[in-house]
Design a protein around this ligand. Structure first.
Ligand code: G3P
Ligand code: MG
Length: 245
């Protein structure tokens, strides 16, 4: 079964990672959504990609980690996307969990570089526990030490090995790190048929990022990937290859 992820919600249609972006993704009937999490100054999980706020609101500066949730909730991150989204603010992970249908798989990417958030893994696990969401999530991060901490705290949680470099045998790397992963999340540029075939032989799913054009999507489907991350969920419906394998 193909499992495609709306990347940061549906970021071409609404401000990335916000509740409207999640709503747009849901309208596309996606079965999975990816989002990024960081911590505010007062240790609240906030759904946001960049470590500083400038791209979302030019009048602000500084890092997410320097703002309390109360202050962040006063910052408009919608106007920079379009006037229609004026007043939209960043969402907490709790807010997303409250609105997200239970059957949608949530890929939570811990953004722990370059700003490192001490304790983010525990805060995340506690939150997922509170929302009874430990089963239907997939945790990933470019910070593989963060994944190790998650694994130690919640050994049954699904982990995805996210990486940007060319890896010869990512599963060996994961094993050497002591990580038990369920999926491999390579950059689409570095994904080829050999990687997919070998991953499948060992039982790993392969979800490349970020795939925004139908041509590239079909190419990766021909390699046999299990799904992709896309900024543009429309490609999932327009492609001929979205049915069960
Ligand atoms: O998890 C896939 C993708 O989200 C990783 O890159 O920078 O868009 O978070 P980025
Ligand atoms: Mg991400």
């Amino acid at each position: 079964m193909i499992l495609n992820f709306a990347h940061r919600g549906s970021l071409t249609e609404a401000p990335e990672n916000t509740l409207p972006a999640m709503e747009k993704a849901i309208e596309h009937n996606v079965k999975a959504i990816e989002l990024d999490v960081q911590l505010t100054k007062d240790n609240r999980l906030i759904v946001v990609h960049d470590h500083n706020l400038t791209r979302y609101n030019k009048k602000t500066s500084g890092f997410i980690k320097d703002y309390t949730l109360e202050t962040i909730k006063k910052i408009d991150v919608g106007s920079s996307f379009s006037r229609r989204y004026r007043g939209i603010t960043l969402a907490t992970l709790e807010e997303v969990l409250e609105m997200l249908p239970e059957d949608i798989l949530l890929n939570i990417e811990i953004k722990n570089k370059p700003v490192a958030y001490e304790g983010i893994e525990d805060i995340l696990i506690d939150c997922l526990h509170q929302y009874n969401r430990l089963d239907n999530v997939l945790i990933s991060s470019f910070d593989h030490d963060a994944l190790k901490i998650v694994q130690k705290r919640a050994p049954n949680i699904k982990l995805g090995l996210l990486f940007n470099q060319k890896f010869f045998k990512p599963w060996e790397y994961a094993r050497n790190c002591g990580l038990t992963i369920t999926s491999i999340h390579p950059n689409a540029k570095h994904t080829n048929k050999k990687l997919v075939t070998e991953s499948h032989k060992l039982g790993y799913k392969v979800y490349p990022y970020t795939v925004n054009k139908v041509k590239m999507y079909n190419r990766l489907m021909d390699f046999g990937v299990d799904g992709v991350f896309s900024n543009n969920p429309k490609i999932f419906a327009h492609s001929a290859n979205t049915t069960e394998k």
